[in-house]
Ligand binder design. Structure first.
Ligand code: GTP
Ligand code: MG
Length: 430
């Protein structure tokens, strides 16, 4: 029998206390290892307002009915009482059947990582669109595992029970589907308005900078520093900063100005975590769309954490998923005020502190260089046999219909390239 790892934390003041459960199937298709994901899962449980008392990683295959073998479930249940544990949190998504069966065997509430993430988001949304998107995602997730929500979720309290509007989430399939339809109608009106606002804002054709980074690394704090550069800056235009995971949920688009007097747009994004489930990526589609429109991505890391490598693999993994791997990026290592000594910065890898202001001038210089100075007009002729090159370029930027035309010899493309790209596509320059 495998052994529970028990923490000596005092959990008496928490309404819900968790035992984390993971299956290590030994396959590497996640951004991080199961052990790195367990550390993150503990932080997520805290962000949801609960605490972890014990954890168990089992080297076995996922059981289709019980997630882990029944013997280990009974073992967890046996220790739960003495440890004041009332909930199992699993690292993988569960089916409705698994939730129901695990609850029956253990008598504990069963929460999977997706339910947990959705719950954290449901607490942080401030705008109506974000609230509705999260409630829709919660309901959709429920609707495909309805039998799992007839016990503790229907009658209990805590994680996963309430919607962002603090109403108890529905557990009847017909009611869920009706509510999803009504949310969709409300959202379609909001989204239509947002597109009108967006096109008005982008009329100025100012380039767009997007943030991306592991949750709580300081994206919103840096964004506020960049907003301050603009002549129209007010306290009200600043975005929310909190020492809390997943505190940004709404897409915030702001205008600011660089030292050269040129306008640029900045968009804040939600924090990345390892393996953002599909249903959450879908809920934040509009945020990720903004990232894919961006001319430049600021990839922010929390340099003071000792899991930089894990943060990097999470970023690369997510960039791949949202199709922006080849976009122009600057790596920003934030919270340098906590480092001693602070490592050297280079042009595209800059140590900053949004808190003390360290190297923010260097970051602003780098943004200006990438948006306005490192650009040269080029006219390319790409033979049809090298359509892959056209696709590669298309992936990195928005190409309008009148930027290219088909000729007998290939595609003629008029485009702005950086120095590196100029070098890379030299062969195709007319
Ligand atoms: N020491 C230090 N703390 C910082 C720095 N920048 C941000 N913080 C703190 O880090 C915490 C998270 O900052 P946010 O800007 O909300 O981080 P975020 O990346 O937007 O977080 P999410 O939106 O939740 O993903 C806050 O408590 C900030 O005050 C910094 O340079 N140094
Ligand atoms: Mg934020």
């Amino acid at each position: 029998m495998e052994k529970l790892i028990i923490s000596n934390k005092d959990v008496s003041k928490f309404d819900e206390v968790a035992v984390l459960l993971a299956v290590n199937e030994g396959e590497e298709f996640h951004a991080t290892t199961v052990y790195e994901s367990m550390i993150e899962l503990k932080e997520l449980v805290q962000a949801a307002g609960s605490e972890t008392k014990a954890e168990l990683v089992l080297n076995q295959k996922i059981d289709p009915d019980y997630y882990v073998d029944k013997e280990n479930l009974e073992y967890v249940a046996k220790h739960a009482q003495e440890l004041e544990i009332d909930m199992i949190v699993t690292i993988d998504s569960l089916s409705g059947n698994q939730i129901k069966n695990m609850e029956e065997v253990t008598g504990l509430k069963v929460v999977d990582r997706t339910i947990l993430l959705l719950d954290i988001f449901s607490q942080s949304s401030s705008r109506r669109e974000g609230k509705l998107e999260i409630e829709k995602a919660q309901l959709k997730y429920r609707s495909t595992r309805i039998e799992g929500f007839q016990g503790k979720y229907k009658y209990g309290s805590g994680i996963g029970v309430f919607s962002p509007s603090k109403k108890r989430l529905l557990t009847d399939l017909n009611e869920i589907n009706e509510r999803i339809d009504s949310i969709k109608t409300d959202l379609s009106v909001i989204v239509k308005n947002r597109f009108v606002q967006r096109s008005r804002k982008t009329d100025v054709k100012a380039p767009l900078v997007a943030f991306a980074g592991y949750t709580n690394c300081g994206k919103s704090t840096i964004m506020n520093k960049l907003i301050e550069l603009g002549p129209d800056h007010t306290k009200e235009s600043e975005v929310i900063v909190k020492d809390h995971m997943l505190s940004t949920l709404d897409v915030s688009l702001r205008k600011s100005m660089l030292p050269n007097g040129k306008d640029f747009m900045i968009v804040d994004t939600i924090g990345f975590v390892s393996d953002l489930p599909g249903i959450i990526r879908e809920a934040f589609r509009s945020t990720f769309e903004e990232v894919s429109y961006a001319d430049l991505i600021l990839v922010v890391y929390d340099a003071s954490r000792d899991d930089l490598e894990a943060q990097k693999s999470i970023m690369d993994f997510t960039f791949e998923k949202i199709g922006v791997s080849n976009k122009r990026k600057i790596e920003v290592y934030n919270k340098a005020d906590k480092l001693d000594p602070i490592p050297e910065s280079s042009d595209n890898k800059i140590y900053v502190s949004a808190k003390s202001g360290y190297n923010l001038d260097k970051l602003i210089e780098a943004i200006q260089f990438n948006l306005f100075e490192d650009n040269q007009d080029a006219s390319l002729l790409i033979p049809y046999s090298r359509f892959d090159i056209f696709n590669e370029i298309k992936k990195n930027r928005v190409i309008e219909m009148d930027d290219f035309k088909h000729t007998d010899f290939g595609i003629e493309l008029n485009i702005v390239l950086s120095k590196d790209e100029f070098e890379k596509y030299k062969l195709f320059i007319k």
